[in-house]
Design a protein around this ligand. Structure first.
Ligand code: IMP
Length: 424
């Protein structure tokens, strides 16, 4: 059986434009599965000028007949999921038989969002999306998390909710919001929500393997980005899951032996939302110009994104740990009107030149990026259909990146619409 199962990962700090690429690639796949994160993600898809932002449901849902899976590695806020389902249904999409959600995914309860906000109000703030993501994973790894499969035993589910609430009010004794919650209404609200979505639940680890055995091709859609990975990112300024390609296995039940390739998504420059180190961040007019032209505001929170030049040290690191086999470069058109464009090729650290990405975020805070300068292409990329018709200065930029990371750039996005894409 010749399956084609690919993982798609963001190679920076998220917001690389993965939604658009997943939407485009969906035509070649039968199944699209999310493997980590939750409603902290925001995947924007623009079809015929109409913009939709998805937070939980895979972007593949816009392609007819695609099966979408939300895997066990995700954390799900039922309220957010229901709103998204209703939004898609209003658009005329029928989800029954197309959407499957893992019974092993953990549930984000109201207390997780309260704790996220409490943590963020402290001095050591991370700049989270306040969607309860970190606290839900915290409970998961502390072995007291609540999964959708807990609905198989209501008595134990009720006990778990009561026990968790008691524990959390003990460790956050000053929170009036936590104190105002009670286990009965938490359960009642949750079971009301569950009743609206219970038809979507399955043991998706079986489903995904059965689909593969039938010869169906699976695209595993990562959320956030490699540099926000809990293990490999700029810890502690990270999200609490594994967006890197390895997370696709633990987050869905697809075995490593069934993965055939990894598509890495990289913006033509770099952005980040939230706190944490960002060596190539620009504080000058170039940074402002990128933010303005690129409309760099968070799809989930609306926060302005920090902007900077492309960091090849970070990109090569991300390519290495993800095993990227092909690249998609997004938002290339945002740089259309820059006379000079820079990429970071090395860092200077304590008088030494290095080309590896330091693990310690505080070290990263004081590395000096060493740049290579490129002549801007000063022309619109949008509208071109062939790589060969693109401006030579742009192609030199792409060539350099490919050589540096030793992976081909296969897709180039030249505008926000579904149609603005070149396959090289
Ligand atoms: P959390 O995932 O809400 O816990 O936030 C942790 C960090 O990840 C913060 O810096 C967020 O801004 C960042 N983050 C989470 N989701 C996204 C995303 O989809 N794009 C970009 N950054 C994200």
């Amino acid at each position: 059986m010749n399956n084609k199962n690919y993982v798609l990962v963001g190679l920076q700090w998220g917001d690389e434009g993965k939604g658009k690429i997943v939407d485009m690639l969906s035509r070649d796949f039968d199944v699209v599965a999310r493997y980590q994160g939750g409603a902290n993600a925001g995947h924007t898809i623009i079809i015929n000028g109409k913009k939709t932002v998805l937070h939980l449901i895979p972007s593949g849902i816009f392609t007819d007949n695609i099966i979408c899976i939300i895997g066990n590695g995700t954390v799900i806020d039922p309220e957010a999921l229901i709103s998204e389902i209703e939004l898609l249904e209003k658009d005329g999409l029928a989800l029954t038989g197309r959407l499957f959600i893992s019974k092993d995914a953990h549930i984000i309860l109201p207390y997780h969002k309260i704790i996220d906000a409490i943590n963020e109000s402290k001095n050591d703030k991370i700049g989270t999306t306040k969607k309860g993501i970190g606290p839900a994973y915290f409970d998961k790894y502390a072995r007291r998390g609540i999964k959708f499969s807990d609905f198989d035993n209501i008595r134990i589910l009720k006990e778990k909710i009561a026990k968790n609430l008691k524990y959390l009010t003990e460790i956050f004794p000053d929170s009036e919001e936590l104190k105002s919650l009670n286990p009965e209404s938490l359960y009642n609200d949750l079971s009301g929500q569950y009743a609206k979505i219970d038809m979507y639940f399955a043991q998706t680890q079986y489903l995904i393997n059965e689909l593969i055995a039938e010869g169906r091709n699976v695209l595993l859609e990562g959320a956030q980005g490699a540099l926000l990975d809990v293990d490999f990112g700029t810890y502690p300024y990270i999200t609490s899951s594994n967006p890197t390609s390895g997370g696709a296995c633990t987050g869905t039940g697809i075995p490593p032996t069934k993965i055939n390739g990894v598509i890495g998504i990289v913006k033509a420059y770099t952005t980040r939302v939230g706190e944490g180190p960002f060596p190539t961040e620009l504080f000058d007019d170039n940074g402002k110009k990128i933010a303005e032209i690129g409309a760099e505001f968070g799809a989930t929170t609306g926060r302005p994104r920090r902007c900077g030049w492309l960091d090849l040290v970070a990109l090569k690191y991300a390519v290495t740990i993800n095993g990227v086999t092909e690249l998609a470069m997004t938002k290339s058109d945002v740089l259309d009107s820059f006379e000079e464009i820079k990429v970071c090729t090395h860092y200077e650290l304590n008088g030494e030149v290095i080309d590896t990405f330091p693990s310690n975020p505080f070290t990263l805070d004081y590395v000096n990026p060493v740049y290579k300068s490129f002549k801007g292409w000063m022309t619109d990329l949008k509208g071109n259909k062939e790589y060969s018709s693109l401006n030579q200065n742009f192609r030199s930029y792409v060539d350099f990146i490919e050589k540096y990371v030793n992976v081909p750039v296969k897709y180039i996005s030249t505008g926000p619409d579904r149609a603005d894409i070149i396959i090289k």
